[in-house]
Design a protein around this ligand. Structure first.
Ligand SMILES: [Zn+2]
Length: 88
């Protein structure tokens, strides 16, 4: 179980508890392709398509690709949030 005082926990259970996630390459949000990046919903690590320092290219996202979660936050919070992993 995650430590409830972990700084990364900021009420995400309101929209990420028990949701289905899929592991995928980052791509721009189809609904608004002007957004060139997203952040991990927990630690704010940056996801981008472009090659830059300190950006991630792969992670876990909700099926609508609105919320992204990096691999380490996924590992840390998977049990607490009871995520189900959808087939890619
Ligand atoms: Zn993270």
């Amino acid at each position: 179980m995650a430590d409830p005082s972990d700084w990364r926990l900021q009420g995400q259970e309101q929209y990420l508890k028990g949701v289905e996630l899929v592991r995928r390459q980052y791509r721009r949000f189809a609904v608004n392709p002007d957004w060139d990046h997203d952040h991990c919903a927990f630690c704010w690590a940056k996801f981008m398509v472009e090659e830059r320092d300190d950006v991630l290219h792969e992670g876990y996202c909700t099926l609508d690709e609105y919320h992204w979660i990096c691999a380490s936050c996924f590992a840390d919070f998977q049990k607490t949030f009871e995520w189900r992993l959808a087939a890619p």
